[in-house]
Design a protein around this ligand. Structure first.
Ligand code: FAD
Length: 454
């Protein structure tokens, strides 16, 4: 029971809810407050695990009545750790995982506590999928609300581009349905504006026929990396929408710096074989290969590289072109990377995702480009300083090559300037929407549009 609020207030909260309330003195509290990034060690007032939208409404009404702060957890993967906040009510949606697929209309209604893997497991028996991210334990909620970049983005757009509707509990405790025709502004804002406007309890997505994909990764030693990256950069720019790619610069288990190129072709396998022939043959890889794979195998292929609980520090920005200067900088810093678990990634935003108008959804970064991301991760706190220093130094050195903008879902706690850069040209409309829907900034544990500072 709650020491801070008093027993009767704690009882008031618990008695109205279907889902459990976990207080600091309860057994599961430490596990419940934990998030993916082990750097985050915060102590919420209580963790509420709603089981339905009514629980979310009650929790928000309760927080308002008692002047409490709220944070919202979908899959807990935000590296900034905004899902948990000291002294706040943590609304943990992991108890809400209902998912209903309609194979006729190729749509799915998915509750906000699902992970990508759970979502794919529900849709793949019907040979259907939509764009999500590339690590299966990430939450669909945070990912979709920020944009959602994954292997299918070239052909089908981002996760947020595939939203048909969403149920959202707003700051005044109302449950609204947002669609292109109903609460249109809210529907616009949740497709890239993050958790600023309410708690999404469920999403409805458009699905697409996706079964076997032609996918895999090829690895090369650093000695040939400049040549490979130049070829890759030209090749992928001319590639059809069906092909999405990513680059990773990392270390092998034996410690050697290595370049990998990963691909996913989601059209007919024979067409993909032909398309990828030049990429596969112009320089022999030392490891890896490309083959027809079940989509779910691709979606979990990177999971082992991102175990929960490691310490993470990320820096990111959009990269329009892999110029010689950018390649040189990357290759200069890579051998100095302090942690063998870290990597530098370039995730390609391509095709359909790049051609949608920047103002059509709140996600503004519509161009053929790479999501450049320094993913530093390590295990011991004693190593934090040198990992953070290396990450910051590489990020600084990359500045001349990067756009000033950044993908909101990669952002740490980097200040209001970077938040504005993440929302880009859509910031003024997002700010107006925030003033209307959440003037008191109840939903501030996010990449926040603060109505008092607009
Ligand atoms: C290992 C790893 C791999 C990743 N890969 C990709 C990738 O391939 N593509 C990509 O686009 N991104 C990727 N990301 C980034 C990812 O999109 C963000 O971390 C995202 O926030 C994760 O969502 P979540 O629900 O798990 O996060 P959480 O930490 O639970 O939530 C993050 C924030 O989203 C908001 N939020 C969450 N749920 C709700 C809700 N139901 N209603 C309202 N607001 C909510 C809250 O503000 C919350 O603080 C990756 C992250 C990691 C750690």
């Amino acid at each position: 029971m709650c020491m801070v609020l008093g027993a009767s207030v704690g009882r008031e909260l618990g008695s109205g809810l279907q889902g459990p309330v976990i207080w600091p003195e309860d057994g599961g509290y430490d596990a419940a407050r934990g998030v993916f990034n082990g750097m985050i060690d915060r102590y919420p007032l209580a963790v509420i695990r709603p089981l339905d939208a009514a629980d979310v409404v009650r929790s928000i009404q309760f927080a308002r009545r008692h002047g409490l702060s709220i944070s919202v957890r979908g899959g807990g993967h935000s590296v900034a750790g905004h899902a948990v906040r000291d002294g706040a009510i943590m609304l943990d949606l992991s108890g809400m995982k209902a998912v209903v697929v309609d194979p006729e209309t190729r749509t799915v209604r998915a509750e906000a506590g699902l992970t990508l893997g759970e979502f794919d497991r529900a849709t793949q028996p019907f040979g259907l999928a939509t764009t999500l991210g590339v690590v299966s334990v990430t939450g669909i909620a945070g990912l979709t609300l920020g944009g959602g970049l994954g292997w299918l983005n070239g052909r089908y757009g981002l996760a947020c581009d595939n939203l048909i509707s969403a149920d959202v509990v707003t700051a005044d405790g109302q449950l609204l349905t947002a669609t292109p025709r109903e609460n249109e502004d809210l529907f616009w804002g949740i497709r890239g504006g993050g958790g600023n406007f309410g708690v999404v309890t469920s999403f409805e997505y458009q699905l697409h026929p996706v079964d076997l994909v032609l996918a895999g990764a090829m690895s090369y030693p650093l000695s040939v990396a400049p040549r490979v990256l130049r070829f890759y950069n030209d090749f992928v720019k001319a590639a059809p929408d069906e092909l999405s790619t990513a680059v990773s610069l990392a270390r092998t288990p034996s410690g050697e710096p290595m370049l990998s190129i990963a691909v996913c072709y989601c059209g007919p396998i024979e067409d993909g074989e032909q398309l990828l022939y030049p990429l596969r043959t112009f320089q022999s890889p030392v490891d890896g290969g490309i083959q027809p794979l079940p989509y779910t195998a691709l979606q979990s292929a990177l999971d082992a590289r991102f175990p929960s609980g490691r310490l993470h520090y990320w820096k990111s920005g959009w990269l329009r072109d892999l110029t010689d200067g950018a390649i040189e900088t990357l290759l200069q810093y890579l051998p100095l990377m302090p942690s063998a678990a870290s990597s530098v990634g370039l995730q390609q935003l391509h095709g359909v995702a790049s051609r949608i108008a920047p103002s059509a959804t709140a996600f503004p970064h519509r161009a053929e480009q790479y999501d450049f991301l320094i993913l530093s991760q390590w295990s011991e706190a004693i190593d934090s300083d040198r990992n953070i220093e290396w990450t910051s130094a590489l990020f600084q050195a990359m500045q001349p090559h990067l756009e000033k903008s950044v993908y909101v879902n990669n952002l740490g706690d980097e200040g209001p300037g970077r938040v504005k850069a993440a929302y880009g040209q859509n910031y003024p409309r997002l700010a107006a929407l925030k003033r209307t829907l959440d003037p008191d900034n109840l939903f501030h544990a996010n990449q926040n549009i603060d109505p008092s500072r607009i």
